[in-house]
Every structure is written in C-alpha cells, then in structure tokens.
Design a protein around this ligand. Sequence first.
Ligand code: GUN
Length: 292
Amino acid sequence: MNILDGKKIANQIKEEIAVEVAQIQTRGEKVPHLAAVLVGNDGASLTYVGSKVRSCKKIGFESTLIHLPEDTTEAVLLQQVADLNANSDIDGYIVQLPLPKHIDEEKILMAVDPDKDVDGFHPTNFGKMALDMETFIPATPFGIMELLRRYDIETEGKHTVVIGRSHIVGRPISILMSQKGKAANATVTITHSRTKDLQEFTKQADIIVSALGVPDFLKATMVKEGVVIIDVGITRVPDATKERGYYITGDVDFEEVAPKASYITPVPGGVGPMTIAMLLKNTLLARKRRQD
Ligand code: GUN
C-alpha cells in the first residue's frame, strides 16, 4: 500500500507557483490577486477560506477576504459579485459554497465573470471543460487529476467508479477521467444515492473516487485487491476528547481498506491540500491571461 501524499504534492505545486510569482515581481509586474467571498459563519467554510487566504500570503499572491453576514440578501451578494467583476485589481475570485438557503446559488454562480471564475463553476467554463477546451478546471477534480499524474498512476482503460454526482466533484471528475490524456482515458461509471447495489460496481473498480460525505462508508468488503482509492470526503465528526470538539474523517474506512489498496489518499492530507494548490494555479492562470 502506498500513500498518495496530497500535502507533499500540494507543497511542491505551491513552491512552483511561488517561483513564478517571484519572476513576476522581478519583472515589476502585478502579482496575482485572489478574492474569496464568504457568507455566514459555517465552521468548515471558515476553515477552508482561511486556509486559502493563508496559502496566498505564503506564495506571494495578494488576497482579499470578503466576509458577509449570514442574513446578506441575494441582491447585496449579486452587487458584491458585480463589484468584483468590475474591479481590475482582482484576477480571480471564488464564492465559497454552500451559500445560505435564502440565496439562489445558481443565480450567483451565473453572475461571476467567466474570466475570473477560478473555481470553474460558471456554465461557460464547465461547458468548455466538458468539450476538452482550455479553461479553469474546478479545483478539487483538478487536484485529483494532478495527484494521479504526479504519482504516475495508470488510468488508461481502467475502470474508475465515482461515488457522488455533485457539480463540484463527482460530475466533473467523471468527465475529466473519461477524456483523452494523462491520468485519463479511463472507463468511468458514475454512481449516486439511487444506484442499485453500489458494491457490485465498487468491487469491480480499479480506481474509486468517493465524494459522498459519509464517514467510513467504504469498507474492505466493497473493494478489490490492488484498488486505487481517492477519498474526497471531509466530514467533521463531533468528539469531546478533541480540543476542537471534532475530528476530520473521509468516506473510506482507512484502516480496513488501506491494506487492500495499491494507493490511497489519507484524510486529512490527501485531496484537501490539492484543492487549495489548484485554486492557486487557476489564479496564476487568470493573471497570465489578463496580462496577455
Ligand atoms: N465548497 C466546497 N468546495 C468548494 C470549492 O472548491 N469552491 C467553493 N467556492 N466552494 C466550495
């Protein structure tokens, strides 16, 4: 069993980006500037956005955090998005999801300028991705692809079973892994809550990408020997013995499944850090495109 060390690879990617930022600075050009909009005080979202902003500082990007109260109206958020679209200092930005229930997420994402949409969630960018055109790839699936590439995992002709059909992970990774190219050319099955007899699929899988959000869902009996496991789940499980009051766990019962796997991502330290690194990569790309 080999660990797919997302933390290590993410640090390598961040170092590569930092070198480019230093070159940009040397040339006297503007460094990339990422903004993040956070509405409300969801604990996990606060952690993710905080991490994104800290990473920006580390690699020499400028960053702006726009933290709005939970009761922010849709109209106010749309105005904020319009301001960010118009602000020439901002190269790219994200609106952290999920948004409070009274705000129509789709309406907000549609309002983001596709050229600044470093999350790759706008239909223009998502459509381009599905058509193999160059665009911003959503950071989590982009991170999974990069992890597979850097560990030279054979995917061609392999059966990849994706668990979950979210717009952020399941749907895009199923598209990307079925495309031509490195870490792709796979035969992909996408499964979800209405799939009958999920185990029949996971037991056949050469590669499993689980993006379900149910702790310890995937058990050893559900996978075959030598499987490659990508665990995208990040769930906070309440635990009074921990200082923070919770621990983080994935979709995969790691202790059970790891001995059967050829490669496996840990949680934390697997896909999570890769997501942040790829968001930064998209922001650098946004800056370069604006420069050209
Ligand atoms: N919520 C969970 N993952 C993401 C992400 O990649 N981007 C944004 N904006 N929100 C998220």
